[in-house]
Design a protein around this ligand. Structure first.
Ligand SMILES: [Zn+2]
Length: 142
């Protein structure tokens, strides 16, 4: 048994239908035995299965996907700029500085940003320190 998603070209109704095999679909279609439950038209077509559709669009529109990535990069860069303007860079001392602020040993109005390993991030979170991980793009112009 094989399930096809069918579409009526006349009224755009889509519905699922079961066939014994793919040849059975072709046979029924040729004999005009396939018709729409809604408008009774026999302009019934098989629709592409969703995963196939996604793959096709990926191959057909590589530029569109690159553009999407471009937008993501732009958003990250805007975010980076905001952080650079408003946060203090502490580099690899991030875990230490974050703890200092968390345990109130250091008074600061500014947030901090820097680098930390996954291990350090986990430890900080376990201690209840509020940390966020964000994607970071290296600035090649610097
Ligand atoms: Zn129809």
């Amino acid at each position: 048994m094989i399930k096809y998603k069918l579409i009526c070209k006349n009224c755009d109704l889509t519905f699922d239908s079961w066939f014994g095999c793919s040849e059975e679909y072709e046979k029924l279609k040729k004999k005009n035995f396939l018709n729409c439950h809604q408008c009774n038209s026999n302009k019934i077509e098989k629709t592409l299965m969703a995963p196939k559709l996604i793959n096709n669009s990926k191959i057909k529109n590589p530029e569109k996907n690159f553009k999407k990535l471009d937008n993501v990069n732009k958003t990250i860069r805007q975010y980076q700029k905001f952080i650079k303007d408003n946060f203090e860079y502490v580099g690899k001392n991030f875990a230490y500085e974050a703890r200092s602020i968390h345990y109130n040993e250091k008074k600061t109005n500014k947030g901090i940003y820097g680098t930390a390993s996954n291990e350090e991030m986990k430890e900080l979170r376990d201690e209840g320190v509020e940390v966020e991980m964000i994607p970071w793009l290296e600035d090649k112009s610097n």
